[in-house]
Ligand binder design. Structure first.
Ligand code: PBG
Length: 324
């Protein structure tokens, strides 16, 4: 037998053959564009640690959504920055709150854009935690009521998907019940099921002004050392009624994305989070890496790991490359 028997380079010889044997395809259909919405008019303020990402008032937000829509991106996810914060995060479930108004305006202007809302009170509480606080402790069950009200007001406003990101136990069940008993049985729940206590959220907290004012989130977000636990979290959220589950962050957790996809056959979303975005932007600004190629390689790797959809601040930039 002449050596080598297999010449793998045969299938790498040109673009045509590469296209035929390619295993993973990233498309615009995979992308979800995260957007920050704040009060005011004509506001479009760049986030210092996230070049190319803005906090927008609703009028300017509609322009962002229009761009995404025109690029063919199927969905946006909204994060609200309210004018006032308090201990209960009451703006989070105000039917006239910033996100509720933004959802109505987006669905009016772009009825077939899928609108996802983040359901979590940390952007709305003065202490910056994702749950109610009593004597320095984060309360689980008392928080469920607030999350349910928040999800309900989002659904009333027209959100297609609500996405609880708080990591309180039992919140998917509580939200499902609140939606089903108010005529919103068709509202989808995308649960941040395996959400780790990560330092990669740093730039987001600047963007949303949501850093915890004391302690950290390790009593409710997952320990980065754990993998089996992500399977238990995901299974429980599915049992409680989640339609899509999320792994977050994405890059240091590609193994988790892979496991969840392989062991539990449900739609998997991955969140390519703020710190993952900022690192690439910082390195590219220094000409240390080719930002565009690194971006595409990262998104492809998340898809290859098993994610069917990717929440990413690169959404519009990547869509432009994919549409070229
Ligand atoms: C919580 C929430 C956070 C992110 C999304 N939803 C922040 C946190 O848990 O502190 C982070 C997203 C990112 O870093 O891009 N509402």
């Amino acid at each position: 037998m002449p050596f080598p028997i297999h010449r793998y380079r045969r299938l790498r010889a040109n673009q045509g053959i590469l296209r035929l044997v390619r295993e993973t395809h990233l498309t615009v259909d995979d992308l979800i564009d995260p957007l920050f919405v704040c009060e005011g008019k004509g506001v479009r303020q760049e986030i210092g640690s996230m070049p190319g990402v803005y906090r927008c008032s609703i009028d300017m937000l509609l322009k962002e959504v229009k761009e995404s829509y025109t690029l063919g991106i199927p969905a946006v996810i909204l994060f609200g920055i309210p004018a006032n914060k308090d201990a209960q995060g009451s703006e989070a479930y105000n039917p006239e709150g910033i996100v509720q108004r933004a959802v109505r305006e987006i669905k009016f202007a772009f009825p077939d854009m899928i609108v996802i809302t983040d359901v979590c009170i940390d952007e709305y509480t003065d202490h910056g935690h994702c749950g109610l606080v009593e004597e320095g402790k984060i309360l689980n069950d008392a928080t469920l009521e607030l999350l349910s009200r928040m999800a309900h007001t989002h659904a009333e406003a027209g959100a297609d998907i609500v996405a609880p990101s708080d990591m309180m136990d039992g919140r998917v069940q509580a939200i499902r019940k609140a939606l089903d008993t108010t005529g919103h049985e068709n509202t989808i729940i995308l649960s941040y099921a395996a959400k780790y206590a990560s330092a990669f959220y740093g730039p987001f907290r600047e963007a949303a002004d949501s850093s915890p004012q004391f302690g950290d989130r390790r009593s409710y977000q997952m320990d980065p050392a754990n993998s089996d636990e992500s399977i238990r979290e995901v299974l429980q959220d599915i049992e409680e009624g989640a339609d899509i589950i999320m792994v977050k962050p994405a890059l240091s957790y590609l193994d988790i994305i892979r496991r969840v996809r392989q062991e539990i056959q449900v739609p998997v979303a991955a969140y390519n989070v703020s710190g993952e975005y900022s690192m690439v932007k910082a390195a590219a600004a220094n000409n240390w890496v080719d930002g565009e190629r690194v971006m595409m390689e990262i998104l492809l790797s998340i898809k290859r790991a098993g994610a069917q959809m990717i929440l990413t601040y690169f959404a519009k930039e990547a869509a432009k490359v994919l549409n070229r």
